[in-house]
Design a protein around this ligand. Structure first.
Ligand SMILES: [Zn+2]
Ligand SMILES: [Zn+2]
Length: 518
């Protein structure tokens, strides 16, 4: 029933452990803290970074030396309402491409105009790490560029079309041209630092012929959109076995991927690591090794992997400790090859390691903690890769709703609530009136950038770490409790001699593995 791989993550970890030290000593300059480029040392007020509410309320801004413009915009811009009609992006800035159909707009106040002209955060220059967020592409893909620029992102993700609908209008030539023009204007290299996210509906490992055809058509359409936009990397979920044997599912995935590669010319499909829940493919790194073995070698340069820190941690990998992080990368290199690593999704985890729950937390507030992101930001092998935040920015006033799967559920605005049927993922705060605050991402980007070269044993880091840890304390306790109760229930069932419920076998194996590890 449960089609997990025969090997659990733990077993693989221990299998490859013997080689970790060897690999690391040759592969990574592990002992040497990353050199900072001359402009990258930031003097950002850490209190503001770690405490969004505080900085908003204070509304005051410290200008780091890396800035070319003011750092944070005044509060009114920082808290746009998702429901507001007006997109957060200005057409004026895009040139005259849309002049064919002029739209009458309400006249803006001088104050509004000033606020709009000022980004929430300026983009850091000269860093080796390219950090950004999964921003909205509502009302046209080109708007994503404004949205990323607005939060100081040097990389970003977007949906190329609605991620929860099969039928989508074609990419307009005008939107394509504006996208390309804005990339050039704003200095985004689409071939390197823009990482669209695929549809949640697409399962390329699908066994049903009709559904498989539909999934493939949507996938190929996205890849072609990438090529039209000059984008080289395209992130998508490996899919689900749908309770068929894993090798068969991997064979179907390999076959459709191979076909997609042959039907396109430059775009690199990038498979995302998953949290290993149920029949999901990609929880364990060996899934990617096995998949690659089924794809002709000549296409390997057109395949990539994106590590989602929350997913891989929830799948059981220790990305929190420096040793665990190194071991993970060594295993990645050994099983897959580090050259396949093309991108990262940076998310903390609300749920504990091994919980197999996809619950993204804000950086430093979850079970990964700030140390995990210090590992990431100081890893030389990640230089130049797009790193994308998918952390929660939806704020539900008053009572919160269930936020299971919230992190990855970033929506094309306007599509959200209408299409909120049960799919592989649900939008953050679905059904509740939420307010989006991209200022959270602006601060998280600056926070991550400030970790480059920071001494993890120093006062600055310790204070920041403690503050964020405190911020997430209640939420971590909540999910820790849920996890423990789940494990108890599993134990009880086992004791009663019941068959193990689906997906629990590995969960228990993993716990045993955890105990064995540090
Ligand atoms: Zn992700
Ligand atoms: Zn994803």
């Amino acid at each position: 029933m449960c089609c997990q791989t025969p090997e659990s993550p733990k077993r693989e970890e221990s299998e490859s452990k013997a080689n970790h030290k060897r690999n690391l000593s040759s592969g990574t300059s592990d002992a040497s803290p990353m050199r900072r480029s001359k402009r990258q040392k930031s003097s950002i007020n850490l209190k503001e970074l770690s405490s969004p509410e505080v900085s908003e309320a204070e509304g005051e801004v410290t200008s780091p030396p890396v800035k070319e413009e003011a750092v944070y915009a005044p509060a009114p811009v920082a808290v746009p309402n998702r429901k507001a009609k007006k997109p957060p992006v200005k057409k004026e800035a895009t040139g005259d491409a849309d002049s064919a159909k002029p739209v009458k707009k309400a006249r803006k106040s001088k104050k509004d105009q000033e606020a709009e002209a000022m980004p929430l955060a300026a983009r850091a220059q000269g860093l080796r790490m390219f950090i950004g967020a999964h921003v909205s592409a509502a009302k046209g893909v080109f708007n994503s560029i404004h949205n990323s620029h607005n939060i100081g992102g040097n990389a970003f993700a977007l949906f190329l079309k609605s991620q929860r609908k099969w039928d989508n209008p074609a990419l307009l030539d005008d939107h394509r041209d504006q996208f390309r023009q804005l990339c050039a204007e704003k200095g985004y290299d689409a071939s390197k630092h823009i990482l669209p996210h695929g549809s949640y509906l697409v399962n390329l490992a699908q066994s049903d012929t009709a559904k498989s055809k539909q999934a493939y058509a949507s996938f190929l359409d996205d890849l072609r959109r990438c090529e039209a936009l000059g984008i080289s990397l395209y992130n998508f979920h490996p899919g689900s076995t749908n309770q068929t044997p894993l090798p068969e599912a991997l064979a179907r995935l390999a076959s459709t991927l191979t076909q997609a590669i042959t039907e396109t010319t430059t775009v690199i499909p990038v498979l995302e690591t998953m949290c290993g829940h149920g029949n999901t493919i990609g929880g364990v790194l060996s899934d990617f090794r096995d998949l690659l073995a089924l794809i002709p070698k000549e296409h390997h340069s057109r395949i990539g992997i994106c590590v989602d820190t929350c997913h891989s941690f929830a799948a059981g990998y220790d990305l929190a400790s420096p040793e665990g992080f190194k071991a993970f990368l060594a295993e990645f290199d050994e099983l897959i090859g580090i050259q396949f690593l093309k991108a990262l999704h940076l998310n903390d985890s609300k749920a504990p390691r091994g919980s197999k729950r996809d619950l993204h937390a804000n950086i430093g507030t979850g079970f990964l903690g700030l140390r995990a992101f210090h590992n990431v930001m100081n890893e030389p092998r990640f230089e130049g890769l797009p790193m994308v935040l998918e952390t929660p920015i939806d704020r539900v006033p008053e009572k919160s709703t269930s936020d299971e799967d919230a992190g990855d559920g970033i929506e094309v605005e306007g599509e959200k609530k209408k299409g909120a049927k049960k799919g592989p993922k649900r939008p953050a705060g679905a059904g509740a009136a939420t307010v989006q605050d991209p200022g959270v991402w602006a601060r998280e980007i600056k926070l991550l950038e400030s970790l480059i070269g920071m001494d993890p044993e120093g006062e600055e880091f310790k204070a920041l770490e403690a503050r964020l840890e405190e911020e997430g304390r209640a939420e971590r306790a909540k999910y820790q409790d849920q996890y423990e109760r789940k494990l108890e229930a599993v134990e009880k069932k086992k004791a009663k001699g019941h068959a193990k419920p689906r997906g629990q076998k590995n969960l228990m194996d993993m716990m045993k593995g955890d105990a064995k590890k540090e």
